[in-house]
Design a protein around this ligand. Structure first.
Ligand SMILES: [Fe+2]
Length: 433
């Protein structure tokens, strides 16, 4: 045991050293979470996500190993007409053992409807609202959250906005091997994540790989199960979902993506199922940006871009969201390093508020594809109004007030000559073995 502890400390020191490659300005303090005695069967860290058509997955943690994985729910308070039994998991990581992590899928649910629910047969009642089945639909977007004073500010602002689904392009808790921080993060986001579906993909801070001791993504995969089985993926690290008229693809920057990989084959299969008549909007999220004019993390997304950008281009992807760089940047429609009317708009939004602070240094001169860039914490809102028009706004956390700092209208590539012209190329690429 002693040898294990020394090995762990040594590897932690190495890991911290390896990530400190540039100096960021001072961030806000990590929030403190005072310990309070709660009944061990009390549901904690409740969060929800979309789980296939008209279904929602509810996740929560109890310290009690005997607590049942049951969700009771209905359309009026304290009146549960339905119940669903799920399953549970646990994991160990170094010297930490998790509580019982419950997953239960509920549904079929009505669209755009408030449901009241209770987890494990006891504890407080929660409320969720299902997304609408048609436009308009609004997404809140913020990556690289962490759990600092800035995170709290970002979450407060998102809470003020009327949105249907939260999308997070990686780096959730910044637990960084300290597993207790996954629990405090779960508590911090519960008020929002128990009320609207949170659709997340992984970042480098989810990896938590320790050679010879711990595999990658142990905690992330146990706690944040996404609908990968529902979207015919073999991995929780990449999946897709459809909501209203939007097809969203979540990719993994930290798993294989070359043309011989499972992820690449799955992406081709998923794109072949997209019907732009049913889902006129096509959106992709992953962690490491492909278009980034910040000095931070420069060039890190290049290999994935080389492998996958031709597929996304041929498919006519409208918007790509990424995180990782702790700042905000929006590109023009771009492809292969140049503005291109048939490429996607790339938005880096890794500015949720983590403890590492902002990435302030930009490359000069500004590349021609970079439309707006600023190193501030904040969040974004994407309101898809109809099959052709959407309004994007980025809200800076300025002195704790959400200030709208960037905004633009975007038109979908659906029905444009881009989709028509690239159709044969896409079909050829999708048919390639
Ligand atoms: Fe990151």
């Amino acid at each position: 045991m002693e040898l294990k502890l020394i090995l762990v400390l040594l590897l932690l020191l190495l890991a911290v050293g390896a990530t400190a490659d540039y100096v960021r300005p001072p961030p806000r303090k990590t929030l403190s979470f005072p310990w309070s005695k709660k009944p061990s069967s009390l549901p904690q860290q409740v969060h929800i996500s979309l789980a296939g058509d008209k279904h929602m997955r509810i996740m929560w943690v109890t310290n009690d190993k005997n607590s049942p994985s049951i969700v009771e729910y209905g359309k009026s308070p304290n009146n549960y007409s339905f119940s669903s039994e799920g399953e549970s998991t646990r994991y160990s990581y170094l010297l930490y053992s998790s509580g019982k992590i419950h997953h239960a899928v509920i549904g079929p649910l009505e669209d755009d409807t408030t449901y009241f629910y209770r987890c494990g047969g006891e504890g407080p009642e929660f409320q969720l609202k299902t997304p609408p089945s048609q436009f308009p639909i609004t997404f809140a977007v913020a990556g690289d959250l962490g759990q600092t004073g800035w995170t709290k500010s970002t979450l407060d602002h998102i809470d003020q906005c009327k949105y249907d689904v939260h999308m997070l392009p990686g780096d959730l808790s910044y637990a960084d091997y300290i597993q207790r921080r996954w629990d405090t993060f779960g508590e911090l986001v519960q008020p929002l994540a128990s009320a609207r579906p949170w659709m997340v993909t992984q970042g480098n801070h989810e990896k938590e790989h320790i050679p010879f001791l711990e595999d990658s993504f142990v905690s992330y995969n146990s706690r944040w199960k996404m609908p990968y089985e529902e979207s015919a993926s073999s991995s929780n690290l990449y999946y897709s979902f459809e909501v209203a008229g939007v097809h969203v693809i979540m990719l993994g920057s930290y798993t294989d993506y070359d043309e011989y990989s499972d992820q690449y084959a799955w992406l081709k299969a998923d794109l072949s199922k997209v019907d732009r008549k049913r889902t006129p909007w096509l959106i992709v999220l992953f962690h490491v940006p492909w278009y980034n004019s910040n000095e931070a993390h420069q060039g890190e997304g290049d290999n994935m871009k080389t492998a996958m950008e031709p597929l996304l281009y041929a498919a006519g992807v409208d918007i790509v969201f990424a995180g990782h760089v702790h700042a905000y940047e929006r590109s023009s429609r771009v492809y292969n390093g140049k503005s291109d009317p048939c490429g996607a708009v790339h938005i880096t939004i890794g500015d949720g508020g983590n403890r590492e602070g902002l990435a302030r240094k930009y490359k000069e001169p500004k590349p021609e594809w970079s439309v707006f860039r600023e190193a501030s914490f904040g969040h974004g809102e994407l309101k898809i109004v109809n099959s052709t028009h959407a309004f994007w706004s980025w809200h800076r956390n300025d002195d704790d007030e959400p200030v709208r700092s960037d905004q633009f209208w975007i038109t979908s590539l659906f029905g444009s000559s881009c989709c028509a012209e690239n159709g044969p190329e896409l079909r050829k690429m999708l048919l390639e073995p």
